[in-house]
Design a protein around this ligand. Sequence first.
Ligand SMILES: [Zn+2]
Length: 96
Amino acid sequence: MKKNLRNHGLNNGCNPVGIPKATPATGKNRVAPVDNIYCPNCGCKELMQVEVAVENRMLNGGTGVGYYLGCPACPWASPMMAIAMQQKDSSEEAEA
Ligand SMILES: [Zn+2]
């Protein structure tokens, strides 16, 4: 069976919604507490940290924010870590 490289570690109950925001996973914004992270599939050393709103009934309130690492050079993505969080409504987003 072929392994799906970009399933984000999610089961069918968790759906990314909205537009993902990607930032370099190295440097001051890095999410991984190590210096030399690289793609386990292709070896690329420029992984991106991706943040995306998710819906999952397992999360308190049903919505949250998911974080994962993604490779810009191949389909690999790490499992997602989802944090329960009330989604902002449009009036709160306008202030940001
Ligand atoms: Zn890769």
